[in-house]
Design a protein around this ligand. Structure first.
Ligand code: SF4
Length: 453
């Protein structure tokens, strides 16, 4: 119980910088059993664990930490996989420092428990030792269509299959996984880990139909007729534009466009209008995890110089501190307190900013410093300013009710304005985390299952 006074927090080891920037292989290694047990033993087993409450999935973290400390890895695997459809994926990609680890009781004094790394270890070691996820052996005679195979769709499929519901996943890309596959770079999440989960779903009876665009290759109305329920988890992938002069120039690109094209190249898929940053000065605008993915991808793509511009200071960056540190280690330069004015073929005209005292929300406001404009040279500008909804035509043509942000409007139980149609993830919330989309898929599946009883 007092192990935290003797054992320091240790992060999972990372590959050396010079080696890792040459490829897209994962940067973090997985703990070995002793290291995982030692780190798990630091948990003090709070009566009301904040980590559990802060995890969007409400993972039963102290329970699987206890089993890991006691080296009962089968029990740890079962508990961890009960609430999460893919703990080894979220353990790698969640911004732990602002979620579970950020709320760990030990965070401010002795260093939080390395929850994400232990979570990753539990399932990876379980798979290595032959454990597999459990699904219902008997079907209940109901089938659900899932549109989109990102975290929301894969999560919904997992929890439906666990209850014996047949699922068919419709994905417009040539690989399943959505954002997990095409949006998150391989140095954070190796792609075979997603396919491994998809393969488990297929073994459990799921049908995965790739290269199938609803509204084009199959009609939405047909789905509604053929299936007992439909879950829509199509994400939000349209990059926000800042409304600057010059943002439509050929040297300006959207973050997801850049990341997707690089990933497609890694898959040897056909890529049109590839964004080649080799030997170029790249400037990424934004301070979230997608911006970090872009700067680190640019480094691996051989950019001459990579800068990240953010309009607030480092403390106020919205993304994970871990990813900022990794970017710095890999040679990315950060320029804080600057705001773009316009973009031209030579770069970006910037003006300096300062932060004023907090408003009623507690967040400091950004104030422009007068007469502070200067030109930041750039060959390529990448905009990583968040995402908007980009509703496909089949949604626009349907009678689905939308909210004022153009998201699909759902009730608390994820049902939509059309009977037997459910939705969750970014197509409802707007751009959010993979783990919140995963939560929506899980909870929507529960509602769908309840509707069959
Ligand atoms: Fe933490 Fe994310 Fe895992 Fe929840 S799913 S325990 S927030 S890493």
């Amino acid at each position: 119980m007092l192990a935290f006074t003797k054992i320091d927090r240790i992060n999972a080891s990372k590959r050396g910088v010079m080696g890792r920037i040459k490829d897209f292989k994962e940067v973090y290694e997985v703990f070995d059993e002793n290291k995982a047990a030692e780190q798990a033993e630091r948990c003090i087993g709070c009566g009301d664990p904040y980590c559990h409450n802060k995890c969007p999935l409400h993972n039963i973290i102290p329970a699987w930490l206890k089993q890991t400390a006691e080296k009962d890895m089968e029990m740890a695997f079962n508990i961890s996989n009960e609430t999460s459809p893919f703990p080894e994926i979220l353990g790698r990609i969640c911004p732990h420092d602002v979620l579970c680890e950020g709320d760990c009781t030990l965070n401010d004094t002795h260093g939080a428990i390395t929850i994400g790394s232990v979570e990753t270890f539990i399932t990876e070691t379980g798979f290595d030792n032959g454990l597999i996820p459990k699904f219902a052996l008997e079907k209940i005679g109901k089938k659900v269509a899932i549109i989109g195979s990102g975290p929301a769709g894969l999560s919904a499929a997992t929890f439906l299959l666990r209850e014996g519901v047949d699922v068919e996943i419709f994905e417009r890309a040539s690989k399943a996984g959505g954002l997990l596959t095409y949006g998150i770079p391989g140095f954070k999440l190796d792609k075979h880990r997603i396919q491994r989960r998809v393969d488990f779903l297929i073994e459990a009876g799921a049908k995965v139909t790739l290269n199938c665009e609803i509204g084009k290759d199959k009609s939405f109305d047909d789905l509604n007729e053929e299936f007992d329920a439909v879950f829509i988890g199509i994400g939000a992938t349209k990059g926000k534009m800042p409304g600057l002069d010059g943002e439509a120039n050929s040297n300006v690109h959207l973050a997801m466009d850049f990341l997707t094209k690089v990933q497609k190249k890694e898959f040897n898929e056909e890529v049109t209008n590839y964004i080649d940053v080799k030997d170029k000065n790249v400037v990424v605008i934004g301070g979230g995890d997608t911006a970090m993915d872009c700067v680190r991808t640019s480094v691996r793509e051989g950019a001459k110089d990579v800068k990240c511009l953010y309009r607030r200071d480092e403390i106020n960056m919205p993304g994970s501190k871990k990813e900022v540190d990794n970017s710095k280690e890999e040679g990315v330069e950060f320029v804080f307190n600057v705001s773009p004015v316009s973009i031209n073929e030579n770069g970006i005209l910037l003006e300096k900013t300062e932060l004023t005292t907090s408003d009623e929300t507690g967040r400091q406001k950004v104030k422009i410093v007068e007469n502070s404009q200067y030109l930041q040279e750039a060959d390529i500008v990448i905009l990583a300013l968040g995402f908007d909804q980009e509703l496909p035509q089949f949604i626009k043509d349907s009678s689905l009710e939308l909210d004022k942000w153009n998201g699909i409007k759902v009730n608390q139980d994820y049902s939509t304005s059309i009977k037997n149609i459910y939705s969750g993830g970014d197509s409802v919330r707007g751009a959010d985390l993979a783990v919140t989309a995963t939560l929506d898929g899980r909870e929507a599946a529960k509602t769908i299952i309840a509707s069959f009883k």
